[in-house]
Write a protein of this length. Structure first.
Length: 281
């Protein structure tokens, strides 16, 4: 069952306090409870000059499934159900479907195929997808009906104004090309960029055309200690760890992801599905 952030924080504090006397108990909580507690986040993104035809345009994001070795299918099923209930305009999935085995992508076929959105479901690759076999992962996503953006973009929407959705190849281990991804962009189109690793926002914001970058990669750290923060963060995910940031006028959102790796626990950092609503600034 999905829960709001307020409900999660209240429940998390109670559970954490109860388990604090036992590191083993806390570990079991992190594996068996919080790692399965999908949090539904709603974020409003103000964009200067947003055309009225795009007012209220909604994008759902999920990320970092890592279907093997620890992520449970039930978590993915719940995330998909949450998204389908919202009847959003676009679904964006921001990479790392697998961990060490590219063939695991086929385990996701019955889980992701039901995803629905008015203008389609779009995906990019993450570093683990590249490290295993990008061709196998990409083919698996395409067979599910997902549209994989590799340094490509597409104009979406109805009416006089459209949204430009762009996707980069993995910024760490692929061959990202922002110029190519924005090649079909038309003036005055707001741009949403899918880029797996969030810290490359420092480069992407310099282009000037990107309004919102959606990323994952960090898992939010998976284990966060009050007053300290994340225990472990990956390269290119140390600066923009989780949530919403403004980087030189460009919005950046880092999704905590659904999966777990290299450890199985999530503590003070539940898996996440995010819904973004675009509004005029």
């Amino acid at each position: 069952m999905a829960m709001t952030r307020r409900q999660f924080l209240t429940g998390s504090l109670k559970v954490t306090a109860g388990y604090a006397i036992s590191s083993v108990g806390l570990q079991q909580y992190g594996r068996r409870v919080e790692a399965h507690m999908v949090s539904f986040e709603q974020v409003t993104i103000p964009i200067k000059g947003l055309h009225r035809d795009l007012q209220g345009f909604r994008i759902a994001q999920m990320s970092d499934i890592h279907i093997e070795p620890f992520t449970q299918p039930e978590v993915v099923k719940e995330a998909v159900a949450l998204i389908n209930q919202r009847q959003v305009d676009v679904v964006a999935i921001t990479g790392d479907y697998v961990t060490d085995n590219a063939q695991a992508i086929h385990q996701l076929t019955p889980l992701l195929t039901p995803l629905q959105a008015k203008y389609g479901v779009y995906a990019i690759l993450g570093n683990h997808d590249i490290w295993t076999d990008a061709q196998v992962v990409r083919q698996g996503l395409t067979e599910m009906g997902l549209q994989v953006l590799v340094n490509q973009g597409v104009a979406l929407g109805a009416g006089k104004q459209k949204l430009y959705l762009a996707g980069l190849d993995d910024c760490w281990s692929g061959q990202p090309n922002l110029t190519a991804a924005l090649a079909q962009h038309q003036p005055n189109m707001p741009v949403v960029l899918l880029a797996h690793e969030p810290d490359f926002a420092d480069e992407h914001c310099q282009d000037g055309r990107v309004n919102l970058q959606l990323s994952g990669h960090t898992h939010g750290g998976q284990v966060r200690i009050p007053g300290y923060g994340a225990v472990i963060l990956p390269d290119y995910g140390k600066k923009y760890q989780a949530g919403l940031y403004n980087v030189n006028g460009m919005w950046v959102y880092t999704n905590r992801g659904l999966g777990v790796m290299p450890i199985q626990e999530r503590i003070n950092c539940p898996p996440e599905v995010t819904e973004f609503t675009l509004v005029a600034a």
